[in-house]
Write a protein that binds this ligand. Structure first.
Ligand SMILES: O=C(O)CCC(=O)C(=O)O
Ligand SMILES: [Fe+2]
Length: 319
């Protein structure tokens, strides 16, 4: 886990960069700007760019950057991502997250998530309180790696906090901290698990992008392991495989024991390595009065070609 504080001079430089981006690209459209974001991110302060290079090289599991610029005239929190899309709110913060994200990876999106938008809004939505989507509130968002079911799942989830008045925690479990016994790690490393799509990818017709995969939960370098798991949607591939089902339950116990909490403050951005960290969110009571918790979110992948190969198109939107 690494923390990085933006200094006042750096914040001013970033604010000027946001002004320049908004001026140069006219009507703000993240879907259009994204192709230019990597080049624009070269104008972030040098210390910031160097920091993100180190995060990438060292595979830092959890990174929190604080003191990023926030608009003093920030709009009220929308009641759900669809309202955010309709009213187009938090543009300056979208530029900030797009630039920081592009300093770490390549932003991309999902056709069936938030209408294919590249920049998501994470805020409570009426009727979604107990859903397994980012619009939930009174039910906790249970532990998951993002889009665990898909081979194109992101390398990083980037979240930028605009409001968090009740100091609601983002929960994180770092793979390095799990301390799994060898026997359990061995079972989890076998391809005995079905990674099913989560609710956020299932539309009214029950469609989900990409076939669900049968794979391991634990993989990669044993000294710094990778994982893919969604405790709501990962199950034993064979329903008679009780050992696999038991291994998921055991992993959950270890995950809960290793769980940490990061409370994001306005102006904080968190970058979760989606191969090294399981995450979720504590429950809270929504108010729907414009003051609710509100994050911007973007998915980042290290190599855009993984997306091009999966979609068979030079597109940043996975269909
Ligand atoms: O709201 C949070 O802190 C985390 C939400 C989440 O899991 C996500 O947006 O991917
Ligand atoms: Fe998530």
């Amino acid at each position: 886990m690494k923390r990085f504080a933006i200094e006042p001079g750096e914040r001013e430089q970033i604010e000027r960069l946001v002004d320049a981006v908004l001026e140069e690209y006219g009507q703000w459209d993240p879907g259009h700007f994204v192709a230019h974001a990597g080049a624009a991110a070269e104008s972030l302060p040098l210390r910031v760019r160097q920091f993100f290079r180190r995060v990438r090289a060292e595979e830092t599991d959890v990174t929190v950057v604080s003191g990023l610029p926030l608009d003093t005239a920030l709009a009220p929190t929308p009641t759900g991502w669809d309202m955010a899309q309709k009213h187009g709110v938090g543009h300056r913060e979208e530029v900030v997250l797009m630039l920081c994200g592009a300093a770490l990876g390549e932003p991309f999106a999902w056709a069936d998530q938030q209408n294919g938008r590249i920049m998501h809004d994470v805020c409570p939505a009426p009727g979604k309180e107990r859903s397994e989507t980012s619009g939930s509130s009174t039910a906790p968002l249970s532990l998951h790696t993002e889009d665990a079911f898909h081979r194109c799942r992101c390398d990083y989830v980037a979240l930028y906090c605009l409001r968090n008045p009740d100091r609601i925690g983002t929960t994180v479990v770092r793979a390095d901290q799990l301390g799994l016994p060898e026997r359990l790690a061995g079972t989890l490393a076998e391809k005995r698990f079905h990674h099913r799509p989560d609710q956020s990818h299932i539309g009214p017709q029950g469609h989900a992008s990409g076939a669900a995969e049968v794979d391991a939960i634990l993989f990669g370098p044993p000294e710094a392991p990778y994982l893919r798991i969604d405790f709501d949607d990962t199950c034993a591939a064979d329903e008679d495989d009780h050992e696999a089902a038991e291994a998921i339950a055991e992993l959950y116990t270890y995950a809960r024991a290793a769980q940490e909490k990061v409370v994001l403050a306005p102006g904080d951005a968190i970058f979760l390595d989606n191969y090294r960290v399981i995450h979720g969110r504590d429950p809270f009571q929504p108010r729907y009065d414009g003051t609710d918790r509100w994050l911007k979110r973007v998915n980042l992948i290290r190599d855009l070609r993984r997306v091009f190969v999966a979609t068979e198109a030079r597109s940043r939107v996975v269909v």
